[in-house]
Design a protein around this ligand. Structure first.
Ligand code: KG4
Ligand code: ZN
Length: 337
């Protein structure tokens, strides 16, 4: 029998300090996440300097807890995998430096992981039967990518956002209707009380690349609608605004994604990233994939937002391919997929 491969995953690219132990790329032995959200809420968004400082404060504790909960010692690990981009440079540096230190001290191979590859790989954890090729929509606070997963760790970007990421649009619209940060979950909740067909917000027009997204026009349409209501002195039904905005985003994401699945002749589709925990998005994909005979995969909400189990999963597939990093591994804030 092949020996177990135990990977310690580390994630510090934004405002979550996270560590996890993953066995053979698919089995999570521990998944510790220290969320800094409360610290940043008062500023209406993530403050990079505060994020870096908090990562430094928490990283050792989070890693110790992850090893303890997994019942695994450093000596038993096969490798250390860490997010090295994209993200906030100061935040990434904390995880990368920590991973290098552990790798050097314990004599373990170091594996640099792309954050988006991590999000996509979150799908492998709960779905043992999922294997490439498939199309994956990655929608988070910083990214909206439609990705063709050709093989483990082998990606082709079919479409991307031209302006705001989907999560960014959720956060900005939430702020405009007074919901605060982070806006995605709050809009998700409020939208359940509203009518998604109340306000005909525009569906983004696409240019020469039919798989690209654009959400800034929709965001402006929502802001203009709110201004017009306020100028007329009328009441704004924020639940209707939330539901109608959310439907406009979901419609575009579903249409582009499933067209890609069909045009590439595939029958498997997955979602990933913070926005993938949106209940309306999950229902819409469930329904549309069912109707078109496409098998649909989505991670549990805890594996959609930033976590280190997804880094352990992605790191495993890099490691078994022999893609080990040197000690010159650096944080790359704008790392391309
Ligand atoms: O993946 P993630 O945790 O961090 C990034 O890599 O960006 O994604 C965070 C984003 C935020 O913009 C947040 O508002 C959005 O995901 N989000 C949601 C929901 N939960 C989180 N957006 C819509 N509906 C949700 N339920
Ligand atoms: Zn993320």
């Amino acid at each position: 029998m092949r020996e177990d491969c135990l990977i310690l995953g580390i994630e510090t690219s934004c405002d979550e300090t996270a560590a996890s132990v993953v066995r053979n790329g698919r089995e999570v032995l521990s998944n510790v996440i220290f969320s800094q959200i409360d610290l940043h809420t008062r500023y209406g968004g993530v403050v990079p300097e505060i994020a870096s400082r908090k990562h430094i404060e928490k990283i050792n504790q989070v890693i110790e807890q992850a090893l303890e909960e997994a019942g695994v010692s450093l000596e038993e690990l096969s490798a250390v995998a860490v997010t090295y981009g994209p993200g906030l440079v100061g935040a990434l540096l904390v995880g990368v430096s920590e991973a290098k230190a552990i790798s050097f001290a314990a004599g373990l191979p170091l594996v640099g992981v792309h954050h988006i590859s991590g999000h996509i790989s979150a799908n492998y954890i709960e779905h043992p039967e999922l294997a490439p090729p498939f199309v994956c929509l990655v929608a988070s606070g910083g990214h909206s990518h439609l990705v063709l997963v050709r093989d483990y760790g082998v990606y082709e970007i079919l479409g991307r956002t031209r302006d705001d990421a989907a999560g960014e649009a959720f956060d900005k619209v939430a702020r405009a209707i007074g919901l605060g940060y982070p806006g995605g979950p709050k809009i998700d909740r409020l939208a359940r009380e509203g009518d998604p067909d109340a306000i005909p917000f525009p569906r983004a027009k696409v240019g020469e690349n039919a798989y690209d997204f654009s959400f800034s026009g929709l965001k402006s349409a929502v802001l203009n609608y709110l201004n017009a209501c306020r100028m007329k002195g009328g009441e704004v039904n924020t639940a209707d605004v939330a539901a109608s905005f959310q439907k406009a985003v979901v419609d575009v994401l579903v249409e582009h994604s499933l067209r890609a699945v069909e045009e590439y002749g595939l029958d498997t589709f997955a979602i990933a990233g913070g926005v993938a925990s949106n209940s309306s998005l999950r229902e819409a994909f469930e329904r549309e994939c069912g109707r078109r005979g496409i098998t649909f995969y989505r991670p549990s909400p805890i594996l959609c937002t930033d976590n280190a189990a997804m880094i352990g999963a992605a790191g495993y597939y890099e490691f078994v391919k022999g893609a080990v990093s040197g000690y010159d591994l650096n944080a790359v804030p704008g790392l391309a997929l």
